[in-house]
Design a protein around this ligand. Structure first.
Ligand code: ADP
Ligand code: ADP
Ligand code: MG
Length: 686
C-alpha cells in the first residue's frame, strides 16, 4: 500500500478521499488554489501545496504543477477525484512518466472511452447493446441529416467529446435538424474543442441506470450493481438511488455482465461506471414496503418484461453518486481504488457481493430551482446539518467540502454537499431523506433543499415512477412551493422578534420598548415585505393576556413558547417547532414542515441602530410625539425610555441606544413629526 498520496482535486471529493486514506494509514497531500487557501479539503489532508490562481485552468487543471507537488512531497500516487483531470489521459500518462501511480484506469482505457462516438464503435464490437444511431467519423451535415432521417425522429445530437450534460440537442423533426446540428457543433467546439457529433434515437421517457464496475490489474472484474440516476435537470443528476426500483435479478445480471464486458474490452482497471439508458422498465410501486433483510433480497420482478437497455457512455473515474453503492454494499470504494492501484487483487468476488437495503443520494446545490436552476454564489452564514456520520455505512451520511462561513465561489461547481440516506426499504430511505433534508439549514445563499423535499414528496418519486422527465412532469408540485404559507412564516417571525425583545428586556430592564403593551387592547404593527410586496401584520394584545395576529387576510391566536430546539409556534392551524435566523432584514424560518423567509422591516430597530452610531434619535415613522420621559441635562442609561411616539394608532417607545446625557429636545408633546425627524439630541458617554 502507498505511504502517501496526492489528491488532485478539491471540495467534497478531496475530503472524502482523504478520510479513507487516513483510516488506512496513508498520508495525504492536498493541492489548492488561491480561492481555496482556507478550504476544508486543505485541513483534511496532512500536507498542502499551493498550485496557483482560483480559475481551474490556473490551478486544478495545471498538471505539471500537480506532478511537481507530488514529487516535492514524496507522494507515490495521485487520486484525481472526478471532474478536472480525472478523465484526462495525458495527465494519467504524465503521472506514469513521473513514476507516480495514477489511481484510476490506464491511459489507454481513458482514451478509448473518452469520445462517445469511438467508444460506441468499440462497444458494438464487444457486443454491448447501443441506442440505434450513427457514431461514424463522417461529419458531413447532409450525411448526418440522412442518418437522422433513417433513425427516425426524435433524435438526439450529442457532442462526441461532451460531458456534464452539455452539447446535446434533441430534434423532433427533419426540418429542425440542420439548425440544431449547427448549434450543437458550435457549443461542442466552444466547450470541448471538437465539433464531432453522433446522432442517436432520442429515447422517450427513459431511465438512466448505470452499473458500477471494478477491475484489477490481474484481469478480475466485478460489478457492484446499479444506480438509478433518472431524476435529472438539464441532463444532470439531482437524486440517485440504489438499487433501481423495479429492477429484476435477470435484468441486473444482464446489465452487470454487459458493463463488465465493456470494461474488459478496454482492459479497464479500477473504479468505473457504465451508463445505460433503459426503456420499458417500470419501477412504480415495485419495492414499496418490501423488507430487505441482511443477506440481500432482490426486488420482486415488476414490469421488466420487455425492458431494453442501451450503452450510453463509460465514466472512467469514481462517480459523484458512488456513496449509494457504498451504502447498499457496505464497501468503501475509495479503499478498493487504493488497493487496486497499488497492485492488490480485487478484495471480493462477484458471488460475495450482495445488496443490503436501499440508499438515496440528494445533491444539495447552491442554485435557484425557481429560476431555471441557475447556480448562485454566496456565503454559508448558517450551515447546519442533520445528525450524521461521515464516510461510513449509516442511516444518514453527509459528504461535503465546506464549513459554516465558507463561500460558494464562482470558480467551481455549485454542489454544497451530498446527503446520503440508507434504509431497509425504499420507503424507509425516503422518510429518512425527507427528515434529513428538513434538518439541513442553510442561510446566506439560495439552495435546492426545499426543492429536493418537494421532489421526494412528489407522487412520481414517492411511487418510484422514475424517468428522466420526472421533474418537468411534476413541475406543478415542485416549483414555487411554500409549505409553510405566508401567515405562518409571519407568525414565526413575530414570535422570534417578541422573544428577542423579551430576552433583551430581561438582560436590561431599561431596554423595554413595548411599555404600551401592558395596556390591554393595544395594537402593534409589524412591517414585512414578501416578494417585493409590502405586507402589514397587526398584533393585538388582548385583555386576557393573549395575542391575536392579523396578517394576509387571516386572523387568529398566536401562541409561542421557547422549546429546547427552537420556538414552538402555533398559528392558524399550524403548529411547528421553528428555528429562525435573522440576516439583515431577512428572517429565515426552518421547521419540519419546510422553510421560508420573510423580510421584516423593523423601522424602530433600525432607527435605533442608526442612532447608535451618531447619537441622533429619529422618528421611525411619521406620527405624533406623545411625551418625553426626560429633560435636557438628564443622564440616561442605554436602553432607557426617552420619548413616546404615536403612529398608526400605536405607541412606540424611543429608547436610548447608548448611555449619555440629553442635550436638547427638538419637539414638544403633541407635535407632528415626519419620518426620520430628529427628536432629541443625546451626547453619548455617561
Ligand atoms: P457523475 O456522472 O459522476 O454524476 P457529473 O456528470 O455530475 O458526474 O460530473 C461530475 C463532475 O465532473 C461535475 O462536478 C462536473 O463539473 C465535472 N465534469 C463532468 N464532465 C465534465 C467535463 N466534460 N468537463 C469538465 N467537467 C466535467
Ligand atoms: P454526459 O456525458 O453529459 O453525462 P450522457 O451521454 O451520459 O452525457 O447523457 C446524459 C443524459 O442525457 C442521460 O443521463 C439521459 O438523461 C440523457 N440522454 C442521453 N442519451 C439519450 C438518448 N438517446 N435518449 C434520451 N435521453 C438521453
Ligand atoms: Mg453521462
Amino acid at each position: 500500500m502507498f505511504k502517501k498520496i496526492l489528491i488532485a482535486n478539491r471540495g467534497e471529493i478531496a475530503c472524502r478521499v482523504a478520510a479513507t486514506a487516513r483510516r488506512m494509514g496513508v498520508k495525504t497531500v492536498a493541492v489548492y488554489s488561491d480561492a481555496d487557501t482556507h478550504a476544508k479539503h486543505v485541513s483534511a489532508c496532512d500536507e498542502a501545496v499551493h498550485i496557483g490562481g482560483s480559475a481551474p485552468k490556473d490551478s486544478y487543471l495545471r498538471w505539471e504543477r500537480i506532478i511537481e507537488a507530488a514529487r516535492a512531497t514524496g507522494a507515490q500516487a495521485v487520486h484525481p477525484g472526478y471532474g478536472f483531470l480525472s478523465e484526462n489521459e495525458e495527465f494519467a500518462r504524465a503521472c506514469a512518466n513521473a513514476g507516480l501511480a495514477f489511481i484510476g484506469p490506464p491511459p489507454s482505457a481513458i482514451q478509448a472511452m473518452g469520445l462517445k462516438a469511438e467508444s460506441k464503435q468499440l462497444m458494438e464490437k464487444a457486443g454491448v447493446p447501443l441506442v440505434p444511431g450513427y457514431h461514424g467519423a463522417d461529419q458531413d451535415p447532409a450525411m448526418l441529416q440522412h442518418e437522422a432521417d433513417r433513425i427516425g425522429y426524435p433524435v438526439l445530437i450529442k457532442a462526441s467529446a461532451g460531458g456534464g450534460g452539455k452539447g446535446m440537442r434533441a430534434v423532433d423533426q427533419a426540418a429542425d435538424f440542420a439548425a440544431a446540428l449547427a448549434s450543437c457543433q458550435r457549443e461542442a467546439r466552444n466547450s470541448f474543442g471538437s465539433e464531432a457529433v453522433l446522432v442517436e434515437k432520442y429515447v422517450q421517457r427513459p431511465r438512466h441506470i448505470e452499473i458500477q464496475v471494478f477491475g484489477d490489474a490481474h484481469g478480475n472484474y466485478v460489478y457492484l450493481f446499479e444506480r438509478d440516476c433518472s431524476v435529472q435537470r438539464r441532463h444532470q443528476k439531482v437524486l440517485e438511488e440504489a438499487p433501481a426500483p423495479g429492477m429484476t435479478p435477470e435484468l441486473r445480471t444482464q446489465m452487470g455482465l454487459a458493463a463488465v464486458a465493456a470494461a474488459r474490452a478496454v482492459n479497464y482497471v479500477g473504479a468505473g461506471t457504465v451508463e445505460f439508458i433503459v426503456e420499458g422498465l417500470h419501477g412504480a410501486g415495485s419495492t414499496q414496503g418490501e423488507a430487505a433483510p441482511s443477506g440481500g433480497s432482490e426486488p420482486r420482478a415488476a414490469g421488466s418484461v420487455g425492458a431494453r437497455f442501451y450503452f450510453m457512455e463509460m465514466n472512467t473515474r469514481l462517480q459523484v453518486e458512488h456513496p449509494v453503492t457504498e451504502a447498499i454494499t457496505g464497501l468503501d470504494l475509495v479503499e478498493w481504488q487504493l488497493r487496486v492501484a497499488s497492485g492488490e487483487p480485487l478484495p471480493m468476488k462477484q458471488e460475495d457481493l450482495h445488496i443490503l437495503g436501499h440508499a438515496i443520494e440528494a445533491r444539495i446545490c447552491a442554485e435557484n430551482p425557481d429560476n431555471n436552476f441557475l447556480p448562485v454564489t454566496g456565503t454559508l452564514n448558517v450551515y447546519r446539518k442533520p445528525a450524521c456520520a461521515s464516510f461510513e455505512r449509516s442511516t444518514v451520511r453527509i459528504d461535503d467540502g465546506v464549513r459554516e462561513g465558507d463561500a460558494i465561489s464562482p470558480y467551481y461547481d455549485s454542489m454544497v454537499a451530498k446527503l446520503i440516506v440508507h434504509g431497509d426499504t425504499r420507503e424507509q430511505a425516503l422518510a429518512r431523506l425527507d427528515a434529513a433534508l428538513a434538518q439541513t439549514r442553510i442561510v446566506g445563499l439560495t439552495t435546492n433543499v426545499q426543492f429536493l423535499r418537494h421532489v421526494v414528496a412528489s407522487p412520481s418519486f414517492a411511487n418510484a415512477d422514475l424517468d428522466t422527465a420526472l421533474i418537468p412532469r411534476e413541475a406543478a408540485v415542485l416549483f414555487g412551493q411554500d409549505r409553510l404559507g405566508l401567515p405562518f412564516t409571519v407568525a414565526a417571525a413575530v414570535a422570534q422578534t417578541l422573544l428577542a425583545e423579551r430576552a433583551r428586556e430581561t438582560a436590561d430592564p431599561f431596554s423595554r420598548r413595548d411599555g404600551w403593551r401592558s395596556l390591554g387592547g393595544a395594537v402593534r404593527r409589524f412591517d414585512f415585505e414578501s416578494q417585493g410586496q409590502s405586507l402589514l401584520a397587526h398584533l393585538h394584545y388582548l385583555h386576557d393576556g393573549g395575542l391575536q395576529l392579523t396578517v394576509a387576510g387571516v386572523s387568529g391566536a398566536l401562541q409561542f413558547s421557547v422549546a429546547a430546539d427552537g420556538i414552538d409556534v402555533q398559528f392558524h392551524g399550524v403548529r411547528q417547532t421553528v428555528q429562525t435566523w435573522q440576516q439583515d432584514e431577512v428572517v429565515h424560518v426552518f421547521c419540519a414542515l419546510g422553510a421560508a423567509q420573510i423580510v421584516e422591516l423593523d423601522a424602530l430597530a433600525h432607527a435605533g441602530e442608526a442612532a447608535a452610531d451618531t447619537g441622533r434619535l429619529t422618528a421611525p415613522m411619521p406620527g405624533k410625539v406623545v411625551s418625553f420621559a426626560v429633560k435636557p441635562g438628564d443622564v440616561v442609561k442605554k436602553g432607557q425610555a426617552l420619548a413616546v411616539m404615536e403612529a398608526m394608532k400605536m405607541e412606540h417607545t424611543i429608547a436610548a441606544p447608548v448611555a449619555g446625557t440629553v442635550a436638547e429636545l427638538l419637539y414638544a408633546p403633541g407635535d407632528q413629526v415626519a419620518e426620520g425627524a430628529e427628536l432629541l439630541k443625546l451626547a453619548a458617554g455617561a
